[in-house]
Design a protein around this ligand. Sequence first.
Ligand code: GTP
Ligand code: SPV
Ligand code: MN
Length: 593
Amino acid sequence: MITNKSVLAWIDEMKALVNPDNVVLIDGSEAQLEDLRAQAVKSGEMIKLNEDLLPGCYLHRTAVNDVARVEGRTFICSKKEEDAGPTNNWMEPTKAYDMLFNIAKGSYAGRTMYIIPYSMGPVGSEFSKIGFELTDSIYVVLNMAIMTRIGQEVVDVLGNSEDWIKGLHCKCNIEEENRYICHFPEDNYIISVNSGYGGNVLLGKKCFALRIASFLGKNEGWMAEHMLILGLENPQGEIKYIAAAFPSACGKTNLAMLIPPEKYRKLGYKVWCVGDDIAWMRIGSDGRLWAVNPENGFFGVAPGTNENSNPNALAATKKNTIFTNVALNLDDNTVWWEGLDKNPPKNALNWKGEKWDYTKYDKADKVNTSGAHPNSRFTAPAVNCPCISSEFNSGKGVPISAIVFGGRRAKAAPLVYQSRDWQNGVFVGSIMASETTAAATGAVGVVRNDPMAMKPFCGYHMADYFGHWLEMGKKLGSKAPKIFNVNWFRTDDEGNFIWPGFGDNMRVLNWILARCEDKVDAVETPVGYVPKVEDIDIEDLDVTEDTIKELLTIDKDVWTAETENIAKFYEQFGDKLPQEIKNEFEGLQNRLK
Ligand code: GTP
Ligand code: SPV
Ligand code: MN
């Protein structure tokens, strides 16, 4: 039951607008969720999978035109256009509200309004934040129940406070041309219409925990980042924490759950997953940077997830998981996706629900010939993950030793380098660029600038965001984490990845932590410090020292061309680009001469 006046008033207003047949408050009870699952199976919204092999698991197919985030239809509706900045789409708030309320008007007729009270971060912890999402989708309710902490306890913790985030989601008729994902940072308001896909509609995730939260963080002195958080335990039992920002579908979930190579496992190394997508970071009373994962589950990329690449993620999907847009094996009522194993099902439906012939698979037309959509996903509870950190539910979070940026770059970026200091590290984050992926609609494989992996998720002016990073560094002083950049995706002339990646990325993490503890030397280059070739352990790998040398090469010509891209990218910020960033850029240019 809700008694909070500000919440009730808003719900009443929304009810009058969308005109639902029924209203259901999601209380978080298993009985209620089970009833919704049954309803969704009955209506065809979800398919119940094999209860013996995949207990509590379901398959959902979104509309064919609605399979990824839509960045072109995502807006920051701040009062002033300048506050959204040149990297965001902007709409004037009154105009946006008018348009959205017009689309939403009457759209719940014949439908039920579900009220989802949810907490980002452990319920009741000091840094957690509360939201209410109204939706007409059971799929959204069931995903939010995995991805966030939901229910009556959230309502109780909020009490009479007015400090909560409004989220209205209306599926409408899933019309692409009327699809809008709008954020009103000054009003703590999110409105999403005409979509039923993940990042567009699970409003606690990218919309709240990044776009709105980044704005709150700037005003309140903390950070909301598109980062995984992992703990690396050494044989002495000491755990050091790393936060890493990679763009969508560039390896966060994989790195967050990595299994160390056998040699390291035998020595006693372990990796613990705190989070795989989002980090909220604050300066603790000890002056260090502490990170919390505000989520409660994983919305992970299915294709490529297998027993070798990410056994922990695979294990997490074996129960109580919702699969979206993967292939359905009709013989045993289980799911399949490209890269799961080498045995595509012979009798199967593809992600669109059509009879699927795996022999017709064509790499050049994945979307139409693959079993699973390239951006198909699993929604799995964090508790399912075999390597979930004991600090997962800690509201205080974990102290961060290193921040790692990384992108998908066939050339240019070396396997790893360390920035010169925090300010230089902010510059390194600001010049991140990466090949686009299927996580958002549009072309795949095109290099674009994606500062700190936040291009699609920063809720305010990107230059002010750089300024906020610099500010945080000043406050952290000597206790600031060290900042690094990695690239697992360098390719040879045939387009094959050179670095083995996945579990072997631990070899790079070890160097990173050794640098944090001043235990290893490095080589200075114009861009930053790279490892000495012999300091990247290649024992048991099918990789030679020459390959490592190549992976660590900073090609001056390639980097000079890179500086031209940076200059072009920075142009849009004009005078707002912080002087410190300009200085860092000049420094790089001079060192490259
Ligand atoms: P989002 O959930 O969209 O934010 O993605 P993410 O950053 O969590 O990416 P994820 O870990 O799901 O990986 C995306 C794709 O990159 C998958 O197809 C992986 O198999 C692939 N991948 C991840 N790590 C590596 C790596 O170290 N090397 C190579 N070559 N591919 C990788
Ligand atoms: C991403 O695209 O970065 C994701 C998936 O994590 S979504 O929730 O759709 O944004
Ligand atoms: Mn992500």
